[in-house]
Design a protein around this ligand. Sequence first.
Ligand code: AVI
Length: 305
Amino acid sequence: MTTGFGRDLVAALAAQPRSISPKYFYDAEGSRLFDRICELPEYYPTRTELGILQRHAGEMGALAGPGCEIVEFGAGSLRKVRLLLQAFEAPARYVPIDISGEYLRDAAAVLRREFAGLDVQPLVADYTQAVALPPAGKGRRIGFFPGSTLGNFTPEEALAFLQGAARLLQGGALILGADLVKDPNVLHAAYNDGAGVTAAFNLNLLARANRELGANFQLANYAHYAFYNAPLARIEMHLVAREKQVVAVGGERFAIAEGEALHTENSYKFTIAGLRDLASRAGFRPGPAWTDPERLFSVHWLHAP
Ligand code: AVI
């Protein structure tokens, strides 16, 4: 129970309303389920962002200039950063930052093999906290934060993250992926896929608690419930009890009534203007914003003066 997950889950169950950080989705099983989500026909963000990067990586490379350093925040998909590394002129260094050392080791080995001469320096750290980067080289320092992971932060956390990134990338820029507001039915379908993978991803939080913390959640008792909250421009994911249950976690017992919910994730959606305004407030000077023909997703170049 000394783990952050155990502590935070007990605190979540003791509070009303109940809510927990979405970062606890990502154990090995949760990461595997998330990779499957990215391939779903309803989940448009991954393929749409890849398309935008494919079409505009050359322009991004021209803005980055020769010999730049790419700093990626989080366990990103190698497919995405590869598009930048291929299009940029002689990138000198790639610094992926992630809490999972195992993921970083594997990613670094793959990229070192693929890009001879690229200095790959993985950094095991929590990128939502202040991180110390190796001293900058001659080229610009370009941050990369794809996938609209920014949308999983609270608005306060998003501002704080961007403020930290603007300081870290001073003299360079941030390439930021942000999912856009759109027809709520399209958003609803993306988080309620027909194959039930998003439901399994959400329920894995309770399965993880059973595995790691010896909890006794009856998974069949909980419904995956995801909807678009239009006034707050966010998808909300919840786990709703179908029946009452007394749950034991780490020696404590919690009575969960029928219909009670555990709020597991927010996924904020942005307008291009709103995102540029947020970035400006964090200290960036917004440059080009690229989108797809259906305006589903956006990728932003944000100068860090
Ligand atoms: C990682 N993150 C940007 C995803 C999202 O869309 O908010 C996580 C996710 N949750 C359900 N499906 C995907």
